[in-house]
Design a protein. Structure first.
Length: 149
C-alpha cells in the first residue's frame, strides 16, 4: 500500500500560469512577479485547471485573482517548468506548469488576494534572476527577447 500512495504523490499534475508583462515606452519588457502565500518567494500567478475553462483562460483568471491584472492572454503556452506543490494536507505533488504570456492592460484596485501577496514590476532581466526556478527565468528572458525583436 505504501508503494501505491507514494506513486500517487509522484504523478505529475498540471497547473496553468500567467506571465504578466508590459512594454515600457523605451521598448523595455517589464514582468510582474508576486509573492507566494506560504514561503513569500517571488513567483508568477498560477493555479489548477478550472472546469469548462481553457488553459489560457484559467491562467488569466489566476492573474486577476492573485495580482489584479487584466489583459490579453496568449492561447499558446510559451514554455513550462516543474515545481513541488505543498498541499494543505501536508502532501507534496510534482506539478508541470504551462506558462501563458499575458500583456497587461490594467491592474484593478481591488482583487481577491491583494492582502495576501506582494506585487512588483521588474525589468525582465531582473525578474529572470529573481525567480527560483531556472526554467521560469529562461522563459522570462525568452519573452523579453521576443518583445525586443
Amino acid at each position: 500500500m505504501a508503494r501505491s500512495s507514494k506513486k500517487a504523490l509522484s504523478a505529475k499534475r498540471i497547473q496553468y500560469a500567467a506571465l504578466p508583462y508590459r512594454v515600457s515606452a523605451g521598448a523595455r519588457t517589464e514582468v510582474m512577479l508576486i509573492t507566494s502565500r506560504g514561503t513569500r518567494r517571488w513567483i508568477i500567478p498560477k493555479g489548477w485547471p478550472q472546469k469548462d475553462q481553457s488553459p489560457h483562460h484559467s491562467a488569466a483568471r489566476e492573474a486577476f485573482e492573485e495580482a489584479g491584472v487584466v489583459g490579453a492572454v496568449a492561447r499558446r503556452s510559451i514554455g513550462s517548468f516543474s515545481h513541488d506543490k505543498h498541499l494543505k494536507s501536508g502532501g507534496v505533488v510534482i506539478c508541470k506548469v504551462l506558462v501563458f504570456p499575458l500583456k497587461v492592460d490594467r491592474q484593478d484596485r481591488k482583487w481577491p488576494e491583494r492582502k495576501e501577496r506582494e506585487v512588483r514590476w521588474l525589468s525582465a532581466e531582473r525578474a529572470a534572476r529573481t525567480v527560483k526556478h531556472r526554467k521560469l527565468g529562461a522563459i522570462i528572458s525568452r519573452l523579453a527577447r521576443t518583445n525586443s525583436e
